[in-house]
Design a protein around this ligand. Structure first.
Ligand code: NDP
Ligand code: HEM
Length: 504
C-alpha cells in the first residue's frame, strides 16, 4: 500500500520516539540511581509499554485466521450490456485489488487446513469507489434465514462451559436445520480441505443485481475460478498439516508470490433476467441453491491476479475491511435476506474492530476522491479540510444523479416460501445431484469417510439419528455408508413436505 511501502527494513532509519525525536538507546529506562525506581518523566519508556499494552485489536468474530496479497483485476470481456460500472467501460482496464483468504470458525492462531469454508474477499479499487466481493469458496451457504447466523456460528465456536469445540453442538444445529445439507456436503467433500489458498474457486453465493446504463438489470451469480484448478487435501493430510504447519496456507501463498508463480483466477458471471427469475425452479434469493450451469452458462468477465505480497501484514491485511455493502454504480444487492443482513453487519463490525474512520485507513481508502459530510471521530486523518460539513448553498458539492431505477422488482421475493426455515423436498434436489452426478465414486467414498470421522464424535443418539435421517433424505446409500462405518443401525429418510405444500 502506498503509505506503507516507504517503510522498509533496510532503510537505515534513525531510531526515534513516537513524536519523532532521535533517541540514543532503545533499552534505556530512566531510574533513580542504578537500582532505584523508574521515573514518570521517561516518556520514551512509558510510551513503549503503553503502546505495547494496546497492540491487539479485536480479531474478526468469524474469519479470524487469514492471509492476503495484492494484485489486479483486469476486464477481459465487454459486459457493458449488463453493468454500467465504470470499471467495465473499457476492456483491458486494470484496477488495483487486495484479496484476503480465511478460514471461518477458528481463532486467529488456528490451523489453515481445518475443514471449514474458506473466505475469499476481494477489494477492487475502481475510479468510482471500492467494490468489495466478499465471497466464499463454496457456491452455497448453510442458511437462508439470517436470524440463524449467530446461532449457527456459536455451535462452531467453543462450548460456554468446557471451552471446547463440541461435535454435538455442531450436528445438533445442522440436523435441526436441514436446509444446510447442500453446503455441509460440499464442506465434507475434499473441497472442504483445499490445498492452500491459490487452488480454490470463489463464488458470490448470493444473487446480486447488475444494472446497465439504460437502467435494465439482471440477477447475477459471480464465479471466480482458479486457473490452477481446485486442488484439495484429503482428511488425513489436512489433519497432519494442522499439527505440522498450522500456517500452511499463509506460507504457500507468500512463497508462490515471492517466487513469481502468481496465482490467478478467471471471473465469470451467470445471469438471469427478472422474468427468468420469476419462473426459476428455485428461489434466486435462496443461497442454499445454485443455478444449474446447463441453463445459466458462465460468461467470462475478467481476470484476477495476485502478484504482490504485503509489506506489512497488519496494515494491509488485518486492517482491511470488506463489506458486501461497498458497492459501486452498476452493481446492487438483491433482496436476499441473508445478503441484506450482511449489508448491515460488516460496516457495523468494522466500526467496532477498526474504529469509526475505518474507511480512511490506507488499505481501505478509495483511490478516488471522497466528499461527504462525515467529520471527526477517532483517527480522522482525512477530515476533508475546509469543505463545509453540511449541505451548503455557498459551497455546494456536485451530485451525480442516479440515471435509473430498479424499483420495478423491489417487491420480488422469489418463487419462495414465506417461512425461510421451511424445508421441502426441493432442498434435497441439488445435494442429491452433487452426490449422484458430480462427486463420482471416489468423491462419494471421501464424503462418507469425512462425515463418518466427524460424526463419530457425536455423543447424543438423538442427534446422530436425526443427522443420518437428513443424509438418507439426500440419498439412502449416503446415510447407510455412514451408518455402516460407525456401526449403527440404518435410519429412514427425514420426512419433508412437497414443495406444493409449503406456506406461500
Ligand atoms: P455441472 O456438472 O454443470 O457443474 C458441477 C460443478 O460442481 C462444477 O462447477 C464443479 O467445479 C463443481 N464441483 C465438482 N466437485 C465438487 C465438490 N466436491 N463440491 C462442490 N462443487 C464441486 O452441474 P450443475 O450446474 O447442474 O450443478 C450440479 C451440482 O454441482 C450442484 O447441485 C452443486 O452442488 C454443484 N455445483 C454447481 C455449481 C453451479 O454454479 N451450477 C457450482 C459449484 C458446484 P469445477 O469448476 O471445479 O469443475
Ligand atoms: C467475515 C458476518 C454470511 C463471507 C464476516 C465478519 C462478520 C460476518 C461480522 C467479520 C468481518 C470483519 O471483522 O471484517 C456475517 C453474517 C452473515 C455472513 C451476519 C449472514 C447473516 C456470509 C456469507 C459469506 C460470507 C454468506 C459468503 C458468501 C465472509 C468473508 C469474510 C466474512 C469472506 C472475511 C472477510 C475478510 O477477509 O475480512 N462475516 N457473514 N459471510 N464473511 Fe460473513
Amino acid at each position: 500500500m502506498p503509505s506503507n511501502q516507504v517503510f522498509n527494513t533496510k532503510d537505515g532509519a534513525t531510531y526515534t520516539t513516537s513524536n519523532g525525536a532521535p533517541y540514543p538507546e532503545p533499552y534505556e529506562a530512566q531510574r533513580i540511581g542504578p537500582i532505584g525506581p523508574l521515573a514518570l518523566q521517561d516518556f520514551h519508556h512509558i510510551d513503549l509499554l503503553a503502546h505495547f499494552d494496546r497492540e491487539r485489536i479485536p480479531e474478526r468474530v468469524v474469519h479470524a485466521k487469514g492471509a492476503g496479497a495484492h494484485g489486479y483485476f483486469e476486464v477481459t470481456h465487454d459486459v457493458t450490456d449488463i453493468s454500467m460500472a465504470k470499471l467495465f467501460s473499457k476492456v483491458g482496464t486494470k484496477a488495483r485489488t487486495t484479496v484476503r483468504f480465511s478460514t471461518v470458525g477458528g481463532e486467529s492462531g488456528s490451523a489453515d487446513t481445518a475443514r471449514d469454508p474458506r473466505g475469499f474477499a476481494i477489494k477492487i479499487r475502481t475510479e468510482e469507489g471500492n467494490w468489495d466481493w466478499v465471497f466464499n469458496n463454496t457456491p452455497v451457504f448453510f442458511i437462508r434465514d439470517p436470524a440463524k447466523f449467530p446461532h449457527f456460528i456459536h455451535t462452531q465456536k467453543r462450548d460456554p462451559q468446557t471451552h471446547l469445540k463440541d461435535a454435538d453442538m455442531f450436528w445438533d444445529y445442522l440436523s435441526q436445520n436441514p436446509e444446510s445439507a447442500h453446503q455441509v456436503m460440499i464442506l465434507f467433500s475434499d473441497r472442504g480441505t483445499p490445498d492452500g489458498y491459490s487452488h480454490e474457486h470463489a463464488y458470490s453465493g448470493h444473487t446480486y443485481k447488475w444494472v446497465n446504463a439504460k437502467g435494465e438489470f439482471v440477477y447475477v451469480q459471480v464465479h471466480v475460478l482458479a486457473d490452477k484448478g481446485f486442488k484439495t487435501l484429503n482428511n488425513e493430510q489436512a489433519g497432519a498439516l494442522a499439527g505440522e504447519n498450522p500456517d500452511y496456507g499463509i506460507q504457500g501463498l507468500f512463497e508462490e508470490i515471492e517466487k513469481g508463480d502468481f496465482p490467478s483466477w478467471t471471473v465469470y458471471v451467470q445471469t438471469m433476467t427478472p422474468e427468468q427469475a420469476e419462473k426459476f425452479r428455485y428461489n434466486v434469493l435462496d443461497l442454499t441453491k445454485v443455478w444449474p450451469h446447463a441453463d445459466y452458462p458462465l460468461r467470462p468477465v475478467g481476470k484476477l491476479v495476485l502478484n504482490e505480497n504485503p509489506q506489512n501484514y497488519f496494515a494491509e491485511i488485518e486492517q482491511v475491511a470488506f463489506s458486501p455493502s461497498h458497492q459501486v454504480p452498476g452493481a446492487e444487492a438483491s433482496a436476499d435476506p441473508v445478503l441484506q443482513s450482511r449489508l448491515f453487519s460488516y460496516p457495523d463490525t468494522h466500526r467496532h474492530r477498526l474504529g469509526t474512520n475505518y474507511q480512511q485507513l490506507p488499505v481501505n481508502a478509495p483511490v478516488c476522491p471522497v466528499a461527504n459530510f462525515q467529520r471527526d471521530g477517532a483517527m480522522a486523518f482525512n477530515n476533508q479540510g475546509s469543505r463545509p460539513n453540511y449541505q451548503s448553498s455557498i459551497q455546494p458539492l456536485t451530485y451525480k444523479s442516479r440515471a435509473y431505477t430498479t424499483a420495478k422488482h423491489e417487491q420480488f421475493i422469489g418463487a419462495c416460501v414465506a417461512d425461510l426455515s421451511e424445508v421441502t423436498e426441493l432442498d434435497f434436489e441439488q445435494p442429491r445431484a452433487l452426490y449422484q452426478k458430480v462427486l463420482g465414486e471416489k468423491g462419494r467414498a471421501a464424503l462418507i469417510h469425512n462425515l463418518s470421522v466427524h460424526m463419530k464424535g457425536i455423543k447424543s443418539k438423538t442427534i446422530l439419528e436425526r443427522q443420518l435421517s437428513v443424509w438418507a433424505a439426500v440419498d439412502q446409500t449416503l446415510a447407510d455408508g455412514i451408518s455402516k462405518t460407525l456401526g449403527v443401525p440404518t435410519v429412514k429418510p427425514l420426512q419433508v413436505k412437497k414443495a406444493s405444500e409449503a406456506v406461500q
